[in-house]
Design a protein around this ligand. Structure first.
Ligand SMILES: C[S@@+](CC[C@H](N)C(=O)[O-])C[C@H]1O[C@@H](n2cnc3c(N)ncnc32)[C@H](O)[C@@H]1O
Length: 203
């Protein structure tokens, strides 16, 4: 069985992160939807943050309570040192999301291209339990995954593609869909990757 920690850590140690397929120079839909919903002092978590600049973008807008969870120590250290001067507004968790436990609750849970790596129902259910437990009542879940016409794998790992029907069925009656949209993300190598974005609310 693959050691996920080493798998991801090796990617961040060996690759220029600006060449990774998921790289964005500025966050797009995630940024817009968080700005629409969350106030500057709401608790936000970015699950599987990697070295994403979403947090940099939110800090520039005055957000004050952002948690960053990431499996790869190397990625998390890169992000931590880049954001050093904002450390009083940030909490870091070097964890597998499936082992995450804290007393803190969040108004907004963000996941871009992480949940879709959970390919079996047991892991998906553990993730959903963690999500439900750590979200405030009426809190928001922004999920971005590859769409059914997007890639079937990423970084040599299989993924699960989602559309509205599939994600709402999986989340059952614990969440209601607020909106969804589609994005054609440009891979730094020039190819296109189709993503779906879902905004859901805990009920
Ligand atoms: C495709 S990258 C996306 C990174 C970031 N969300 C972004 O949009 O730039 C997936 C990230 O999820 C992390 N990851 C994968 N499985 C994870 C898990 N079970 N728990 C926490 N992080 C995980 C990887 O290390 C990697 O940084």
């Amino acid at each position: 069985m693959i050691d996920l920690f080493n798998h991801w850590d090796d990617i961040y140690k060996s690759k220029d992160h600006k060449k990774t397929s998921w790289y964005q120079q500025h966050s797009t839909i995630s940024y817009d939807w968080i700005l629409d919903i969350a106030t500057q002092d709401d608790a936000i978590i970015d699950v599987g943050c990697g070295v994403s600049v979403l947090t940099d973008n939110l800090l520039e807008k005055g957000y004050t309570d952002i948690s960053l969870l990431e499996l790869s120590t190397s990625a998390l250290n890169t992000t931590k040192s880049r954001l050093k001067k904002h450390s009083n507004k940030l909490t870091f968790y070097n964890k597998n999301i499936l082992d995450f436990n804290t007393g803190k609750k969040f108004k907004f849970w963000h996941d871009r291209a992480v949940f879709h790596f959970l390919t079996n129902n047991k892991d998906q259910q553990i993730y959903i339990e963690k999500l439900y437990k750590h979200l405030n009542n009426n809190g928001f879940f922004l999920l971005s995954t590859f769409s059914p016409d997007g890639p079937k794998e990423c970084s040599d790992l299989n993924i699960v593609q989602y559309d509205v029907n599939k994600i709402t069925k999986l989340l059952g009656d614990k969440f209601k869909l607020i909106k969804s949209t589609f994005e054609m993300h440009q891979h730094p190598n020039g190819s296109k990757q189709n993503f779906n974005y879902f905004l859901l609310q805990k009920v």
